[in-house]
Each structure stands twice: as structure tokens, then as C-alpha cells.
Design a protein around this ligand. Structure first.
Ligand SMILES: NC(=O)c1ccc[n+]([C@@H]2O[C@H](COP(=O)([O-])OP(=O)(O)OC[C@H]3O[C@@H](n4cnc5c(N)ncnc54)[C@H](OP(=O)(O)O)[C@@H]3O)[C@@H](O)[C@H]2O)c1
Length: 422
């Protein structure tokens, strides 16, 4: 069959027939800034997969905060950074680190993935011959490890995406394309935060504090904690969001708007007055946890991601010997903490980033077994890529996870649970 030049958005060429060019939502350096204007439609050449890569026709793409950062171009210029580190050389960024789709082309060395496979995509890439990985160590510690569609080009905000074959995971068949696209990045990350860090993994009866309980990470964290027999407590910014978290399994919620001690600790904290004012609010927050979990029942694990505004409190309320697992700094990354609580109570502050293949497979298996719902709350059109990232940047995004339909029909029915949350 002759190779078409371009197919309209929402249409697929015959299976295995790859057009020369594709529609994509593209970020360029001269447009860095607000996500609403940084993303623009362009027509670009479809990339050629390497020997261990595959080309996937994107049916739907998941929306994550990382491409809010990519759109802003600050603090990291993802295009310059990638080129500096020997990544792809294109002077533009096609973002998107979650997707569902159909495999259209496979590289010469690919064995376990075939044209026609319906897949979702795990977001971490690495070099298989990286000495760290070849030595059997966790790939997330390898210098070649990078997030596809953030640190790499050719993410999912395009008609086709180029990925390493091992990123492909089976698509859960009970979910719509949009639902299937929406959860693997956040799910893998939360799975690792709860189950990877030996000595502080989730146990039955553990209280777990979940910041942003109604957000993308939060809705999955609440379900995973419940599945593991733990007691999830959500932190939110409205009563509606709190009730929503309870409907997902949270034991209760705390409205952070009722407290005033947020932000980094400054040098002033060393005066008795400033410390006492801060500690008073932090203790009030701790008591709000006890009202849900019972007196002295402190979080064994804190799922942290706001960062600068909340880390001092996370460390303060974390149980003796417990762990604050942190995967982001949405509110700022110059975090501070009162070290006394860290060493005297032997707490652990653990950085955690995405997850390895095991984390992704385990999480996806729970979704396939219908034990975890992706909580897809809103589906956007391809034209709205900038708009939905802007909602996220402004903390105005709907609860749960969001997806953008590209190859799939916007009218495709959603799966069994999500409509109740739209
Ligand atoms: N490293 C990794 O592998 C990884 C993986 C996934 C996500 N992340 C990062 O984790 C962060 C959260 O991701 P997400 O998908 O859950 O985003 P999201 O859907 O936008 O949810 C974030 C939630 O954080 C809460 N929040 C916002 N500002 C806050 C503040 N100043 N203090 C306390 N809470 C605040 C909001 O809830 P309320 O307003 O209701 O409190 C919001 O719902 C992002 O920065 C993302 O990039 C990192």
C-alpha cells in the first residue's frame, strides 16, 4: 500500500501503514511560557523507530504536570537539556508521558511486541546496555534513565509516538482508550512510593497521609493504600474535594485552607516566638490527623509532592521511624525542614521518581484486575492540549486524571465507574 502523506486527526490509516507526516501539539523555545499558548498545532515528520523501538498510533494521551514545566521552559529548558545530554536533536518538544494506542511499526530487534497490539505506555526509558542496568541494579538509578515525553522527544501529544518496546504494557480491555491513557505514570509513581522503599513499605493498619488527595496521584494513592490494608487520609483544598476522596476510600480528609503555617521555614524560625507560632499550627494539623486516625496514630508514610509549602509539616507529623516519600515540588523546590524531627525521631525523607518495569506492571495488573480505577474525570480534544495543561498549572483541573483523545473518538463511551465523577 502507498504510504499516505498525512491523515486527519481522529482517523487511522490501515494497520501498519505509517504516514510520512503527522499532526502534533508542539512546544518551541520561542513559545515557552503559559501552557495555553506554548502548545501549538504543527505538522511534523513521523519519526523512524530504532532497532529496539516501536511506533504507536496514539488513541489517547494522559495529562501530567511534567508538561506544565516543559511548556514554561523554566526551571528546565527541556529542549536544550535533551540536546545537551545527547538525546534527540530536534529543536522542538513533543510532550506527553502517558498514552494508549496501537502498535503500527516495530524495530528490527523487537520480539515481544507486534503490529496491531493494543498497548498503554510506561513512561521511563533507559539504555539497555547501561552498565548500571547490566549489573542488575534498579534502572531508575541509571544515568541513562529518562522520562519519555518530558526528558525525551516524541511523546504522546501527536498522532504517533516513538517508544522503547519494553515500555509497552497490555491495555486493560474493560477501559476506554481515554481511561487507559490516563493513569500509568501516576500509578507507577505511587506504587513505588508505597511498596518499593524497604523498611518503610506499606503495612496493614498504617496511616498514610496523601497530599492532593483529589489530584492525579492522590486518587490512585487512596485506592492503593486501601488495597494494602492501610488508612488513607487525604489533604485537600475544599470540602467537595474531601468528600470525593472519601467516596474513593479515604478514611477522612483535612482541608488545608483551615491552616496558615504553609511555606518554607525562614531563619526567623530560630526565635522562640516564630517557632511557637509555627508549631502551634503544625500541632493543630497533627490533631486533625488524629481526629481521623485516633490519638497518637501518626502517618507511617506521607505521600509528598507539593514540596516547599508542605514539607516542614509532612516531616513534623510523620510517625517516629516513618517515611516522607517525595516525588515533586509543585509549590516550589527549595524545601526546608526542622532537622531535629528527622534525626531525633529517626524519620526518613525519601526521594522517589516514577518507577521501574516491575512497579508499572504491578500497578497495571491491579487496574486490569479492576481493583483500582483510573478515576478519569475529564476528556479533552486534541485542540485543548494547552488548555488542559493550563487548568492543571492553575490548580483548576477537575479531580482525578485527565486525558486527550487523538486517534480515538471523543464520543467513545467511558468505562464503568468514571461517569459518576464527571
Ligand atoms: N516524580 C514523578 O515520578 C512524578 C510522577 C507523577 C507526578 N509527579 C508530580 O507530582 C505533582 C502532583 O501531580 P498530580 O498529577 O497529582 O497533579 P494534580 O492532579 O494537579 O494534583 C496536585 C494536587 O496537589 C494539591 N496542591 C496544589 N498546590 C498545593 C499546595 N500549595 N499545597 C498542598 N497541596 C497542593 C492540589 O490539591 P488541593 O488543592 O485539593 O489540595 C492538587 O489537586 C506534580 O508536580 C507532578 O509533576 C511526579
Amino acid at each position: 500500500m502507498t504510504r499516505p502523506d498525512l491523515v486527519p486527526v481522529g482517523e487511522l490509516p490501515p494497520l501498519g501503514v505509517v504516514p510520512r507526516r503527522m499532526h502534533a501539539q508542539v512546544i518551541r523555545r520561542e513559545r515557552f511560557g503559559a501552557p495555553s499558548s506554548a502548545f501549538q498545532f504543527e505538522i511534523v515528520d513521523v519519526p523512524e523507530p530504532g532497532p529496539d523501538e516501536v511506533l504507536v498510533a496514539v488513541m489517547a494521551a494522559g495529562v501530567n504536570y511534567n508538561n506544565v514545566w516543559a511548556a514554561r521552559g523554566y526551571p528546565v529548558d527541556v529542549i536544550a537539556q535533551r540536546r545537551l545530554q545527547g538525546g534527540e536533536d530536534e529543536p522542538f518538544h513533543i510532550g506527553g508521558s502517558d498514552a494508549s494506542g496501537i502498535v503500527y511499526q516495530v524495530g528490527s530487534a523487537v520480539r515481544h511486541v507486534r503490529v496491531g497490539d493494543e498497548v498503554i505506555l510506561h513512561c521511563v526509558q533507559w539504555k539497555q546496555d547501561d552498565p548500571w542496568i547490566a549489573a542488575g541494579r534498579d534502572p531508575l538509578g541509571a544515568s541513562s534513565s529518562r522520562i519519555w515525553g518530558f526528558e525525551s522527544n516524541w511523546g504522546s501529544f501527536a498522532q504517533f509516538t516513538k517508544v522503547q518496546a519494553r515500555q509497552c504494557q497490555p491495555r486493560p480491555r474493560h477501559l476506554s482508550w481515554a481511561q487507559a491513557a490516563s493513569y500509568l505514570l501516576c500509578g507507577t509513581t505511587v506504587y513505588r512510593m508505597l511498596h518499593h522503599w524497604q523498611g518503610n513499605t506499606l503495612h496493614k493498619g498504617d496511616v498514610v497521609l496523601v497530599w492532593g488527595g483529589a489530584g492525579g496521584l492522590g486518587v490512585l494513592a487512596i485506592q492503593l493504600v486501601r488495597l494494602g490494608g492501610g488508612i488513607p487520609i487525604a489533604v485537600v483544598s475544599s470540602e467537595e474535594r474531601g468528600q470525593f476522596c472519601v467516596s474513593l476510600g479515604a478514611a477522612g480528609y483535612i482541608n488545608r485552607k483551615h491552616f496558615s503555617h504553609w511555606g518554607a521555614l525562614t531563619h526567623e524560625i530560630n526565635t522562640p516566638e516564630a517557632f511557637s507560632a509555627w508549631a502551634k499550627e503544625a500541632r493543630k494539623f497533627g490533631r486533625a490527623i488524629w481526629e481521623i486516625s485516633g490519638r497518637n496514630n501518626n502517618p507511617r508514610i506521607v505521600i509528598e509532592h507539593p514540596g516547599e509549602e508542605t514539607l516542614p509539616t509532612s516531616l513534623f507529623v510523620c510517625d517516629t521511624g516513618g517515611m516522607v516519600a517525595i516525588c515533586a515540588g509543585t509549590s516550589g523546590y527549595n524545601a526546608t525542614l526542622d532537622l531535629r524531627y528527622l534525626w531525633m525521631r529517626q524519620k526518613r525523607l525519601q526521594g522517589s521518581h516514577a518507577g521501574n518495569d516491575h512497579d508499572a506492571e504491578r500497578f497495571n495488573a491491579l487496574v486490569q484486575d479492576r481493583k483500582v480505577d483510573p478515576v478519569l474525570s475529564h476528556v479533552f480534544s486534541f485542540e485543548q492540549t494547552g488548555e488542559c495543561h493550563q487548568l492543571m498549572a492553575d490548580n483548576r483541573a477537575p479531580v482525578g486524571n485527565m486525558a486527550i483523545v487523538i486517534g480515538a473518538s471523543h464520543l467513545e463511551p467511558t468505562g464503568p465507574r468514571s461517569p459518576a465523577w464527571q
